[in-house]
Design a protein around this ligand. Structure first.
Ligand code: ASP
Ligand code: MG
Length: 440
């Protein structure tokens, strides 16, 4: 059995839902995981924010706008009277719930319940649409089987057990449809797998049912070798191994949720990235097979802060790094990049929540310099550190300013830190030197 996940754009318009229908309608048994329609999760979060700020009128206005959008889509999607009415009744019950929430005391639990409605609505609507088109499908409520534990990781044992149970209730079904992103936490409250989490839902299900393949359908021809939003002349990568895909997803390739490959790598379940708008295209295949050596892709992650920790006492002293790391540990802040010299250490973090406390603690024994608005640019590929072509990376040094460089931490990753205002220029230069000029 395969698991196919369709993202927000794939279910974001009537035309794209028709594409999805054509892709899944081949008679084979499968699980379909859907995101919320594009824009919905942001809209729901914004409603939750208005409620948190006790701005009831603003929340109500936003609820009404979203309600109208949904009714317009339903009228276009469902021409069958009965299905149209039934779906509107369901969607109205969701919006009534949101309206009652505007009168409740704000809380994180309430926000999670609000943001979960996007996937509940998209799956209900798509299921109704398949019925209208004469295709049999069965809704599997994700909240009946998807669980995270105390440390917010998927509780695989209970997911396997519960999922089997809900699927066994309808063994004759060929198309099972479920919600991405949403789950219950260890206390039974509605929670989620973080933004972009529907990809993660798909691979968790893939692992739980030992699927033959997990397909992630988006609106782009697979993972590109550089960020197509900023860089000209990027190309899709046909094959990646799990490690390469995980690094790229963590370091900013927006196409995949960072944890996506974790659940399936142990069982060697392939992950395919495909384009709903161009299903013929090969896309990207992620497996455990070794791929060619050399730089395969470049990704960038924004919102990075660099901290330089300088101390005369570091010279020839041991225990200095330990002292630094203990402070980051105390304030539960993880370090991404690190470079050292004899008198100073620079580290980067992507979570500034405890920055002031961290600086105060470091200032007890060192001089601190902080650079905000930095970007990590990450070059990924199999064994790139020793690859003949990697020298090309250093050709950009004459044109762009690099604040830090991390080379050799692993064989498959080289990271550069640049001021975010130089990010696009650096990405384009790297693209030209490494991928484009190389082919001329
Ligand atoms: N709807 C959620 C989001 O926008 C989850 C997802 O689409 O993967 O983040
Ligand atoms: Mg996504």
């Amino acid at each position: 059995m395969k698991v196919l996940k369709f993202g927000g754009t794939s279910v974001g318009s009537v035309k794209n839902m028709a594409n999805v229908k054509n892709i899944i309608h081949d008679g084979s048994k499968k699980v379909i995981v859907l995101s919320a329609m594009s824009g919905t999760t942001n809209a729901l979060l914004s409603i939750a924010e208005s409620i948190t700020n006790k701005n009831t009128n603003e929340a109500t206005e936003k609820i009404n706008t979203l309600h109208d959008t949904y009714f317009t889509v339903i009228d276009e999607l469902l021409v069958h009277d009965h299905l149209n009415k039934q779906t509107k009744d369901y969607i109205s019950s969701v919006f009534n719930l949101l309206t009652t929430h505007t009168h409740k005391a704000p809380s994180a639990l309430l926000n999670n319940e609000i943001v979960a409605q996007g996937e509940l609505m998209s799956t209900y609507m798509f299921n109704a649409y398949l019925k209208q088109e004469g295709i049999d499908s069965t809704l599997l409520p994700a909240l009946d089987f998807m669980r995270i534990n105390k440390v917010k990781e998927p509780d695989m044992e209970s997911i396997k057990r519960n999922l089997k149970e809900v699927m066994d209730r309808v063994p004759e079904a060929t198309i099972y449809i479920t919600q991405g992103f949403i789950c219950l936490d260890d206390k039974g409250n509605i929670s989620n797998l973080q933004r972009g989490g529907s990809d993660y839902t798909a691979t968790i299900i893939g692992a739980a049912i030992k699927a033959e393949e997990v397909q992630i359908w988006t609106d782009i021809d697979g993972m590109h070798n550089n960020d197509p939003r900023y860089v000209n002349n990027t190309n899709p990568i046909s094959d990646l191994c799990y490690d390469e895909a995980a690094e790229l997803a963590y370091f900013g390739a927006k196409i995949l949720h960072p944890q996506t490959v974790l659940p399936v790598r142990e069982d060697h379940i392939p992950v395919r990235l495909k384009n709903t708008m161009n299903p013929e295209c090969y896309g990207t295949r992620i497996t455990s097979d070794a791929t060619e050596n050399g730089i395969k892709a470049i990704a960038a992650k924004d919102g990075i802060t660099a901290i330089k920790i300088k101390s005369g006492r570091m010279l020839l002293a041991h225990g200095f790094l330990k002292k630094i790391f203990e402070i980051f540990e105390t304030y539960e802040t993880s370090i991404d990049m690190i470079t050292t010299s004899e008198v100073a250490v620079s580290v980067t973090i992507d979570d500034e929540k405890n920055l002031d406390k961290i600086i105060a603690a470091l200032e007890a024994f060192a001089t601190i310099e902080v650079d905000k608005n930095q970007s990590i640019i990450c070059l990924v590929g199999h064994a790139i550190v020793n690859h003949d072509e990697t020298y090309k990376l250093f050709q950009i040094l004459k044109d762009v300013k690099i604040r830090m460089i991390s080379y050799g931490g692993s064989k498959n990753n080289i990271s550069l830190l640049v001021d975010s205002k130089n990010k696009i220029e650096t990405l384009q230069k790297l693209n030209d030197y490494i991928f484009e000029l190389a082919h001329q």
